[in-house]
Design a binder for this molecule. Structure first.
Ligand code: HEC
Ligand code: HEC
Ligand code: HEC
Ligand code: HEC
Ligand code: HEC
Ligand code: HEC
Ligand code: HEC
Ligand code: HEC
Length: 461
């Protein structure tokens, strides 16, 4: 029925292109000579083969000759939406749509040469172009809900506004390709998010490989767990950074641990949601350790109050969830696991995996506290133009070896610990995650001690 409806909509919208198809459209006739590869791939895809839709449904019909090709339009999700409304609406609600906004929210990105981070779609922009351009947030003074510039930023780029082609690459636009975990692997790999490597080294991925890369086999694919039933709203409970918004109750419980901060904590709690995270331990010490991490990322300030970065990255960019959304997503994920595993098996899995975040945060917090101490005592000075020190979001532009190490734990080792746990990759979780976290923290503590002694010796002279 859906396909039939889409087909009818397609006919209404593109009556002309379809009629001219039987005789091969002008676009196709000429492009068989100009770009034969594109024509071949498109003709083998479902939109040409089954629905006989012409090139002009996406590129318009203004360009007709060998020389006026700058008149050809490049599609956006709005173009796809005329026929695939439901998929586009789901997509817009999920995290992928925020990828461009998220990239730009990073202070370090603004220091990266354009050819490395922005132009030509390699590096950051190559992976993040699947996000929508033109979303307006705190950087442009909008502290409320995210808004849109109406196409201004997108118009600065001739290419790279199609988004959907991240998984359904042109010009096949295939469903089967998008159902394969390899379709995710150009982005979800490597340094800070090696989900593809973790998956392929887990029993799930291994069985997928042995059984011939089937999307509906004995073992789940990425899509089975993250795009279940074709729902394009892609988002998880903990997200990329293993963050969650602390609850009112979490923060008020800290007053007992740190009574001197009562005023700040009460004020912070007033801005937070109430509730409880399913499976997650409410230990106040963990809340405190996470506060240090958020401080080092400049998301809350020295007085524990939310900053502009909190608004831009956490609220508008949705880097962390509140309890209601977290619990809903968790329940949905468990339901998928429950198709092949028992409820208790799955509950044990999640309790243990969530607790890896607690353990790794406790180790990491020691290193952060040590570096914060160096700033407080004047042993490290805040570089000119920086708002925070230490600042994890300066990435590899930090000015000292000790802060480079601190950043590596944040983006590489800590990530792999919990991402490896969730993706059932024992090696990533332990030897590429937990082990280097501990090694690096030891190095940081030793270096902090050395710097402090050197500083004190200089003061004495
Ligand atoms: C008479 C030949 C001819 C016809 C007819 C034609 N094109 Fe083209 N088209 C070209 C040439 C030549 C180029 C440039 C190719 C190149 O740079 O290698 C081009 C480029 C394009 C581009 C890429 C533009 C860019 O800036 O990268 C698109 C998209 C395109 N054509 C779509 C269409 C569509 C849709 C139609 C039918 C409405 C069509 N073409 C009809 C010859 C033609
Ligand atoms: C004019 C209507 C129309 C537009 C515009 C359109 N599509 Fe389609 N699309 C269809 C129809 C109809 C089908 C079903 C074809 C069939 O019957 O198999 C389809 C099928 C698909 C499929 C499934 C292919 C498969 O292998 O089963 C994908 C993926 C897809 N479209 C992506 C896109 C994307 C991405 C865009 C925008 C860049 C887009 N479509 C624009 C009408 C359209
Ligand atoms: C072109 C690169 C690219 C491809 C291909 C891609 N992703 Fe993503 N994905 C991203 C980026 C970038 C983000 C982070 C978006 C943001 O900034 O919020 C992301 C976010 C996610 C998230 C959300 C994590 C969270 O924060 O909760 C999941 C889950 C995800 N992707 C799964 C997939 C799956 C499954 C596939 C393949 C079917 C896939 N992605 C294909 C780049 C990609
Ligand atoms: C379902 C939508 C859709 C249809 C139909 C479609 N294209 Fe495209 N086309 C795209 C997308 C998406 C891009 C990438 C645009 C970008 O990067 O912004 C693209 C880019 C192009 C480009 C320039 C980029 C490159 O790889 O060289 C050419 C040339 C082109 N299309 C030709 C054609 C021709 C010829 C046809 C018909 C045989 C056709 N297109 C049909 C969606 C479509
Ligand atoms: C992260 C990868 C990814 C991106 C990006 C993506 N899709 Fe898909 N798409 C999939 C997967 C996986 C399926 C197969 C779902 C299933 O198993 O039913 C699919 C299926 C489809 C289908 C076929 C539906 C059917 O059952 O016939 C259409 C149409 C489609 N997508 C359109 C889009 C459009 C439009 C966009 C852009 C808004 C988009 N997709 C972006 C992964 C993606
Ligand atoms: C068996 C189900 C399953 C499979 C298969 C799977 N994931 Fe996940 N994924 C999860 C779970 C569970 C989480 C953590 C969810 C949470 O936060 O509660 C997760 C989290 C994520 C995240 C957020 C960051 C993180 O790693 O914790 C991304 C991105 C992601 N997965 C992408 C992928 C990609 C890409 C693939 C395939 C290469 C994949 N996943 C395969 C279950 C799966
Ligand atoms: C190889 C592809 C790739 C490159 C290169 C890349 N990213 Fe990402 N980025 C991703 C993926 C995939 C995710 C989602 C991972 C996850 O959820 O585990 C992501 C997540 C993010 C997030 C987190 C969004 C959130 O809300 O959770 C930010 C911010 C970000 N990237 C910024 C950048 C910046 C800035 C650069 C360049 C310095 C960059 N990325 C380079 C693929 C990439
Ligand atoms: C489509 C079926 C399917 C789904 C869905 C599924 N799994 Fe599995 N899982 C399997 C199979 C098959 C195995 C291999 C069984 C064995 O080790 O004997 C497996 C193994 C495991 C293992 C043991 C791996 C090892 O190295 O011993 C864990 C843990 C696991 N799954 C967790 C999960 C979680 C958590 C989810 C949901 C996020 C999930 N699975 C979803 C089929 C599935």
């Amino acid at each position: 029925m859906r396909i039939l409806r889409r087909f009818i909509i397609g006919i209404v919208i593109t009556a002309l292109p379809i009629l001219s198809w039987a005789a091969k459209s002008e676009c196709v006739q000429c492009h068989e000579k100009v770009t034969p590869g594109i024509v071949k791939q498109y003709m083998e895809g479902a939109m040409a083969k089954n629905a006989h839709l012409d090139c002009s449904i996406c590129h318009g019909a203004d360009h007709k000759s060998m020389t006026d090709y700058k008149m050809a339009k490049m599609p956006t999700t709005e173009t796809c939406k005329t026929c695939h409304q439901e998929k586009v609406e789901q997509y817009k609600k999920g995290k992928h749509n925020l990828a461009w906004f998220g990239m730009k929210s990073q202070v370090a990105w603004h220091s990266i040469p354009a050819s490395i981070g922005k132009d030509g779609y390699r590096g950051c922009s190559g992976c993040h172009k699947m996000g929508e351009k033109g979303l307006v947030g705190a950087a442009q003074g909008n502290m409320g809900a995210i808004s849109h510039d109406g196409g201004k930023e997108a118009s600065e780029y001739r290419y790279g506004n199609a988004q959907c082609d991240a998984c359904h690459t042109r010009h096949s636009f295939s469903k089967k390709e998008a159902q394969d975990p390899r379709a995710c692997s150009n982005c979800h790999m490597g340094f800070d998010h090696p989900q593809y490597e973790m998956y392929t080294s887990s029993k799930h991925g291994i069985i997928w490989g042995i059984d011939g890369n089937k999307s509906d086999g004995r073992a789940p694919t990425c899509q089975k767990c993250h795009i279940s039933n074709g729902d394009h709203e892609v988002v998880t409970s903990w997200g990329f950074l293993g963050l969650r918004i602390p609850t009112k109750e979490n923060v008020l419980a800290l007053i007992k641990v740190a009574p001197s901060l009562e005023k700040q904590l009460t004020s912070l709690a007033a801005a937070l949601p109430s509730g409880h995270y399913v499976d997650v331990d409410d230990d106040p010490e963990w809340t405190f350790n996470r506060a240090l991490i958020l401080q080092a990322a400049g998301v809350i300030d020295a007085n524990l109050q939310p900053t502009k970065r909190f608004v831009e990255i956490v609220a508008q960019g949705r880097a962390a969830r509140g309890p209601d959304e977290f619990n809903t997503l968790r329940a949905k994920m468990k339901k998928t696991c429950n198709e092949c595993h028992s409820k208790d098996y799955v509950n044990d899995f999640f309790k243990a995996s969530d607790t890896t975040i607690k353990e790794v945060d406790a180790v990491y917090a020691k290193a952060i506290a040590a570096v914060q101490g160096l700033y407080k005592d004047g042993i490290l000075a805040k570089p000119k133009g920086w708002e925070y020190g230490p600042d994890l979001l300066q990435y590899y532009y930090t000015k000292s070896g000790i802060e480079q190490d601190l950043y590596l734990i944040m983006l590489e080792h800590r990530q792999r610990t919990f991402q490896g746990a969730f993706h059932v990759s024992n090696d990533y979780m332990h030897w590429y995650g937990w082990a280097p976290t501990n090694e690096t923290v030891t190095r940081i503590l030793e270096e902090a001690k050395r710097m402090r002694e050197e500083f004190e010796a200089k003061q004495k002279k």
